[in-house]
Design a protein around this ligand. Structure first.
Ligand SMILES: NC(=O)c1ccc[n+]([C@@H]2O[C@H](COP(=O)([O-])OP(=O)(O)OC[C@H]3O[C@@H](n4cnc5c(N)ncnc54)[C@H](OP(=O)(O)O)[C@@H]3O)[C@@H](O)[C@H]2O)c1
Length: 256
């Protein structure tokens, strides 16, 4: 008999966007470790997506990767159809795919503004809208009531004004609001929450000096790790359905 206490998501299905690498990959692995079958999407990182699927499958769950541009309605629609057919239903959606960019306010172009909003705000909206029918899918007589979850990846930058990230911060602030709107609109079957990471150190050499500076400013005296973000995603994936519309900041106190 499987140990249900260590596999709280056994029998559940999850979709996580932009999860070939970095934080998305870490969250996908955490969901799989907890027993969920996991579909991931990628845009450009096809090789990394294949590797992540191998690692997910190695945890004993069903896993596959599909290419999807979350900013493109047609791409989202066709991907969601394939994901739904393959998984049968979706219990957990993690809207992780996004873009990040540093631009001085005076130099910010309309193209940059629109591109960030297209991936970071319109993307989660489109993916959630298309996932709904697979989340609300009738489970048949005698099956427990639907308890699905959507987890949006927000940002501390959506709560604090970062001068060189007007478009990114605004797109994440909008996503935080979308989280709350969806929590109301999609209740009671679907709980909708967001994880808002602060500075997460993913080991990039180019960012090392910046990371050291940020660690000094952080009450916890260090930056975050990918597994800490994955644990926050896992928390919302397994939390009581009564918890909805919340933005969980995971930043070691940086935003205080
Ligand atoms: N890293 C941090 O410190 C931090 C801090 C605050 C918030 N966050 C948020 O946490 C999430 C994960 O962070 P991360 O740093 O791991 O993200 P990331 O590397 O910047 O992006 C994650 C993935 O998004 C995909 N993506 C970008 N545009 C896309 C589009 N139009 N359609 C589909 N996929 C697209 C990319 O996939 P491909 O590689 O396949 O092209 C990329 O690998 C993001 O939402 C991010 O904003 C991160």
């Amino acid at each position: 008999m499987p140990d249900l206490s260590s596999k709280p998501l056994l029998g559940k299905t999850a979709l996580i966007t932009g999860a070939a690498r970095r934080l998305g990959r870490a969250s996908a692995l955490a969901l799989a470790q907890a027993g969920a079958d996991v579909a991931i999407t990628f845009l450009k990182s096809a090789r990394e997506a294949r590797e992540t699927v191998v690692d997910l499958s190695g945890l004993g769950v069903r896993s596959f990767a599909l290419r999807c541009d979350v900013s493109d309605e047609a791409s989202v629609k066709s991907t969601m159809k394939d994901v739904g057919r393959e998984l049968g239903r979706i219990d957990i959606l993690v809207n992780n795919a996004a873009n990040y960019e540093t631009v001085d306010f005076e130099r910010l172009t309309v193209r940059q503004w629109d591109a960030i909003f297209a991936s970071n705000t319109r993307g989660p909206f489109l993916v959630a809208r298309e996932a709904l029918k697979w989340m609300r899918r009738d489970r048949g007589k005698g099956q427990p009531a639907i308890e699905a979850r959507i987890i949006n990846m927000g940002s501390l930058g959506g709560l604090q004004p970062w001068a060189t990230h007007a478009h990114y911060g605004s797109s994440k602030a909008a996503l935080h609001m979308l989280t709350k709107v969806m929590a109301k609109a999609l209740a009671p079957e679907i709980a909708v929450n967001a994880v808002a990471p602060g500075m997460i150190d993913l080991g990039e050499q180019a960012a090392a000096a910046f990371m050291r500076r940020m660690a000094r400013q952080t009450p916890m005296r260090r930056n975050g790790r990918a597994d800490e973000i994955a644990d926050a995603v896992l928390f919302f994936a397994t939390a009581p359905q009564f918890i909805t519309g919340q933005i969980l900041v995971v930043d070691g106190g940086l935003g205080l």
